[in-house]
Design a protein around this ligand. Structure first.
Ligand code: ADP
Ligand code: ADP
Ligand code: ZN
Length: 217
């Protein structure tokens, strides 16, 4: 199953992707996570991505498409994958179509998590992530049992450098200009479903699993 999880920053893509990984046993491909790993490792890719991420701008399409193409050709993607945070532009979506065609695969479903803009800054600013296993929490909406300690592995939680109000405003305007047009793009292509992301995390997962239970491959 080849799934795209779409939605504005803070909508819950990463949170839901983690649940779908457990359910379907296919990997989550998060371009944001891949860029953050590259920044931490100080690689050439990391150097290219760091400046864009700091301000909330998009990393150039050719860089992003290159890493996705390489990642999707790995053996663990053979049975499918969950794209989280890619594509984010029409050019990226066109490139994804070519990558899928080369791999002999179809798109199974595009799930768009809808959350109104006024909720998104609070979601991002309160987001906390485990340094060790990547589990995502929220100080108010999904707190860990012990403050700053991961329930899953005992690791320490951190806040992303770009999860502040100012960068979020920029990320939201980038979303409106560059990513929102993908809604029409995928509506036209079919296989598009909108999910109400204001529901509790478990409800959102349930709704997604229901949609996915009736898609092909
Ligand atoms: P969020 O989950 O809040 O939407 P991500 O972790 O997906 O954030 O992305 C963090 C940053 O990484 C983005 O602001 C952008 O700079 C970069 N990035 C991630 N995915 C893409 C992409 N598909 N195209 C360009 N830049 C990207
Ligand atoms: P994205 O990957 O789309 O940027 P995340 O999955 O990281 O979003 O979620 C952003 C923040 O919102 C996290 O702190 C997460 O715990 C929280 N969150 C996710 N889904 C919900 C929800 N349905 N209701 C309330 N908070 C949520
Ligand atoms: Zn952890």
């Amino acid at each position: 199953m080849q799934i795209i999880l779409m939605g504005p920053p803070g909508a819950g893509k990463g949170t839901q992707a983690a649940e779908l990984v457990k359910k379907f046993g296919i990997p989550q491909i998060s371009t944001g996570d891949m860029f953050r790993a590259a920044v931490n490792e100080g690689t050439e890719l990391g150097k290219k991505a760091a400046e864009c991420m700091k301000t909330g701008a998009l990393v150039p399409d050719e860089v992003t498409v290159g890493i996705v193409k390489e990642r999707l050709s790995k053996a663990d993607c053979a049975k499918g994958f969950i794209l989280d945070g890619f594509p984010r532009t029409v050019d990226q979506a066109d490139s994804l179509n070519k990558i899928l065609a080369d791999l002999g695969k179809n798109l199974s479903a595009v799930l768009n998590i809808h959350v109104p803009a006024e909720d998104l800054i609070e979601r991002a600013v309160g987001r906390r992530i485990c340094k060790n296993c990547g589990s995502t929490y929220h100080v108010k909406f999904n707190p860990s049992h012990k403050e700053n300690i991961c329930d899953n592995c005992g690791g320490e939680l951190f806040q992303r450098a770009d999860d502040n109000e100012e960068t979020m405003k920029n990320r939201l305007s980038v979303y409106e200009n560059s990513t929102r047009p993908l809604i029409e793009y995928y509506k036209k292509a079919g296989k598009y479903t909108e999910i109400d992301g204001r529901q509790a995390i478990g409800k959102v997962t349930e709704e997604m699993e229901k949609v996915l239970s009736s898609v092909e491959d």
